[in-house]
Design a protein around this ligand. Structure first.
Ligand code: PMV
Length: 332
């Protein structure tokens, strides 16, 4: 039996769009920060010899077979690589509101990749683990590592993987995030579906990909120079450019809710008041506010005054995927 844990990551330069949807090879590089707050813990054992399918229990509830197609296909990849026949039994606890744009698929597939590959007897390097997690969900390849992580788009299965930026850069930077939980309901349209539609129909898509290349250069420079303000400005503008592509798609679509706009305006207001903070958003209505770790509490107090009905969770840079002993799991 193996137990693994992985934390979610939030992209500062977004991944949006697959060049190869089967292998999950993206059109552009992306760069994220792994957080210490939202994570998935996953236990994997072999099922009984007689089992004729994988079994999944998520947050104590058995998943119906029709909800597990993608998970089972992922485990099949691991069986093939490890040359094992046995089905798996997977028990997962998600400490992330599932499918609410808080990247539960990233922590989920990263933890599953580590736990299932270890149970199957594969001893993968972090890079190979990242390549494997990518096949479950693109953003999961970044959750194998802690701190700032870049996903190199590559051009095939071998060359598309994530890698941490110089190990201590997130330690040098005074950075944290506030997750504003605007909705914990499953999103209206999955990132997978909306990404594909955007690539196929949005005239803004090519412009977004070009902008990502430029934004990446500036962002990496900002991280090297410990320049928090430039990092925030670039992350904010990159996220809005991503969301602009979906508005230009056919049919037009937006993950924004009215409360999303209110949250964005509150962040802009607090910034005008003199506290540096920037917003980013993923495939859901929630807003993540990038702030200085040392100012996160002040930021939360002020934003709570402006948005009294919005729950907020403060997060700081977090670790990469890890194996846990039974004992540690029992302590939860
Ligand atoms: O979680 P995935 O692999 O479906 O991708 C989602 C991508 C975004 O969260 C919207 C952006 C990103 O880079 O994480």
């Amino acid at each position: 039996m193996t137990i693994a844990r992985a934390h979610t990551n939030i992209a500062l330069i977004k991944y949006w769009g697959k060049k190869d949807p089967t292998l999950i090879i993206p059109y552009a590089n992306s760069l994220s920060l792994t957080l210490d707050q939202f994570y998935t813990t996953t236990e994997v054992t072999f099922a009984d010899e007689a089992a004729h399918q994988d079994e999944f229990i998520l947050n104590g509830q058995r998943l119906a077979p029709k909800a597990t197609t993608r998970l089972a296909a992922f485990l099949e990849l691991i069986r093939q690589r490890a040359r094992v026949q046995r089905y798996f039994k997977v028990k997962s606890e998600n400490h992330v509101p599932t499918a609410a744009g808080l990247a539960s698929s990233a922590s989920g597939f990263a933890a599953l990749a580590l736990a299932a590959s270890t149970t199957a007897g594969l001893q993968l390097s972090s890079r190979d683990l990242s390549r494997l997690a990518r096949r479950g969900s693109g953003s999961a390849c970044r959750s194998i590592f802690g701190g700032f992580v870049e996903w190199h788009k590559g051009y095939d299965d071998q060359t598309s993987y994530a890698e941490p930026l110089q190990a201590d850069q997130h330690v040098a930077m005074d950075i944290g995030m506030l997750a504003l939980i605007i909705s914990d309901q499953p999103k209206q349209i999955s990132s997978r579906k909306e990404m594909a539609n955007t690539v196929a129909t949005s005239p803004f898509y090519d412009a977004f990909i070009q902008a990502c290349e430029q934004d990446m250069i500036i962002l990496k420079q900002a991280i090297t120079q410990n320049d928090f303000v430039t990092l925030g400005q670039i992350a904010e503008s990159n996220a809005m450019k991503m969301h602009a592509t979906t508005m230009g798609a056919q049919p037009p679509f937006s993950y924004f809710l009215p409360e999303t706009i209110q949250a964005i305006q509150a962040v802009q207001r607090v910034r005008r008041e003199g506290l540096d903070c920037y917003y980013t958003m993923d495939a859901g209505p929630n807003v993540k506010v990038i702030g200085r770790a040392s100012e996160l509490e002040t930021l939360q107090v002020r934003l709570t005054e402006l948005l009294p009905n919005t729950p907020m969770v403060a997060a700081r840079p977090g670790p990469g995927a890890m194996l846990l002993s039974d004992f540690e799991f029992g302590q939860e």
